[in-house]
Write a protein that binds this ligand. Structure first.
Ligand code: AMP
Ligand code: ZN
Length: 469
């Protein structure tokens, strides 16, 4: 079945075909590069929405019979507090805040990130690559751009002259003339507002924790060059799909494209895909704002991480998604219901091909996961034999990634005090004391239990039952 993906570069749905033909007797390979985290802090649940979208993409490609060579970078140097190449390196600032070295916090937060991915059942990339492990490759890349005549030197670094690239900013449909005319921002010695640093010099008289020698002087690479250099090394200078969050379109990805076009004269990636932001109470969630929700925050409140994955699957990756605790509760309950159904179906038989086709049609329509979930619920409600349903849903789970085969209910009695709270809640509901009933329900949830109201009365379960064993 044909796979369609939305390509930000052309602003259109395009049929996906891999750039390279399959080697004889092997599956065709797809090169996928996803911009990874800047490891100066934990990932917030907004970041994780983007990684869940990218995981679904990877799984859908594999579902379609491709072998995916998935590269993810770890930004551990060069990402400054302002995308306009001003301010401090986020890593050095983070290290000072925590009283550790930049190297230590990079190690620590990269580990925490990998743990988050594992908890969300996000497949590990084929290749992880750290910016600090690829300094020579980045220097070589900058040298190539310099040789082609796209750079200039200022007192604080080597910059890319974006005016020399005729279609600079096409990905973001940037209005270059408008930007130039309206440039009120402090440009320093930059010649154009969209020019960006390829190499920054260590500030005079200061020794940075992370700095290297280079043909231009001691310093560190700009943020964008790592992705051009590492994708060229591990994939190719022109590869299949490049992804990130929507904020990357106007600066980071526009600059990656400029670097690769300047050095190699190629387009960098055949498809550009971007996940929309998770909003928190309608405000953009930003790691740099300090206060943010982590996966651990959700776990501390008794949620299964996969309930967050399920919550993200309920919205298309190109639509806005607002985070509310109520919606997460809804996702946790739905996931729980799905899991208990699947468990009760017993051993799998043969999958139902009509349902597999319906599901494939939705995931191949630019990863339409809300519709794919609707097909999943249709299957649950269908009158197919349990063994067929079980086998079919396990096929779906290759894309959903909800670990449906592993889940088992926990046989632990519900403590008397929880049953008492549930009984008090029933009494409050009977007497229409709704806010009291809600408060009692919240107490039950906070204690690690879940109430499902059924026609036969409330069903109480341990939240551990929501977690895969
Ligand atoms: P960072 O660690 O800041 O480099 O961001 C890691 C990834 O998360 C990037 O792909 C960003 O585009 C993405 N991202 C940042 N904030 C959000 C958000 N609120 N919702 C979804 N994705 C985000
Ligand atoms: Zn990148």
């Amino acid at each position: 079945m044909t796979l369609y993906l939305y390509d930000t570069y052309t602003r259109s749905l395009r049929e996906f075909t891999p750039l390279n033909p399959a080697p004889a007797g092997e599956k065709p390979e797809v090169g996928l590069y996803t911009c990874g985290p800047t490891v100066y802090d934990y990932a917030h649940i907004g970041n994780l929405r983007t990684y869940i979208f990218e995981d679904v993409l990877r799984r859908v490609l594999e579902f379609n019979g491709y072998r995916v060579n998935h590269v993810m970078n770890i930004t551990d140097v060069g990402h400054l507090t302002s995308d306009a190449d001003e301010g401090e390196d986020k890593m050095e600032k983070g290290a000072r805040r925590l009283g550790k070295t930049a190297w230590d916090i990079a190690e620590f937060f990269a580990g925490a990130f990998r743990q988050d991915l594992a908890r969300l059942n996000i497949l590990e990339p084929t290749i992880w690559c750290k910016a600090t492990d690829h300094i020579p490759e980045q220097i070589e890349f900058i040298r190539c751009i310099e040789e082609k005549g796209y750079t200039y030197r200022t007192s604080d670094g080597i910059y890319f002259d974006t005016s020399k690239l005729p279609n600079y900013g096409y990905l973001a449909r940037l209005d270059i003339e408008g930007l130039q005319a309206g440039a009120r921002i402090e440009m320093g010695e930059k010649r154009h507002p969209t020019d960006f640093a390829l190499w920054k010099f260590s500030p005079p008289g200061q020794k940075r924790q992370m700095e290297w020698d280079s043909p231009w002087g001691v310093g560190f690479p700009g943020w964008h060059i790592e992705c051009s250099a590492m994708s060229a090394k591990y994939l190719c200078t022109y590869f299949d799909i490049h992804c990130g969050g929507e904020d990357h379109i106007s600066v980071h990805h526009s600059n990656e494209i400029a670097q690769t076009e300047a050095c190699y004269g190629t387009r960098l990636a055949n498809f550009w895909m971007h996940g929309h932001f998770l909003q928190l109470d309608d405000a953009k969630m930003a790691k740099s704002s300090g206060e943010f929700l982590r996966l651990d925050t959700l776990i501390e409140r008794g949620y299964d991480p996969l309930a967050y994955r399920f919550f993200c699957l309920s919205a298309h990756y190109r639509s806005k998604l607002n985070f509310h605790w109520d919606s997460l509760d809804g996702a946790a309950t739905s996931l729980d219901r799905l899991r208990s159904n699947v468990y009760e179906w017993g051993e799998p038989g043969e999958p139902d091909q009509d349902y597999v086709e319906k599901f494939t049609a939705q995931v191949n329509d630019d990863l339409n996961m809300p519709r794919a979930l609707a097909v999943t619920w249709d299957l649950v409600k269908s009158d197919l034999p349990a063994a067929v349903k079980k086998a079919t849903i396990l096929v779906f789970d290759q894309v959903l990634g909800l670990r449906l085969a592993e889940w088992k209910p926990v046989d632990e009695p519900i403590p008397d005090e929880i049953l008492a709270l549930v009984e008090q809640r029933q009494a409050a509901r009977r007497e229409k004391r709704w806010s009291e009933a809600d408060a009692l329900r919240d107490q039950v949830i906070a204690a690690g239990y879940e109430i499902e109201d059924t026609p036969e009365g409330p069903r109480v379960r341990h939240r551990k039952q929501l977690q895969s064993s």
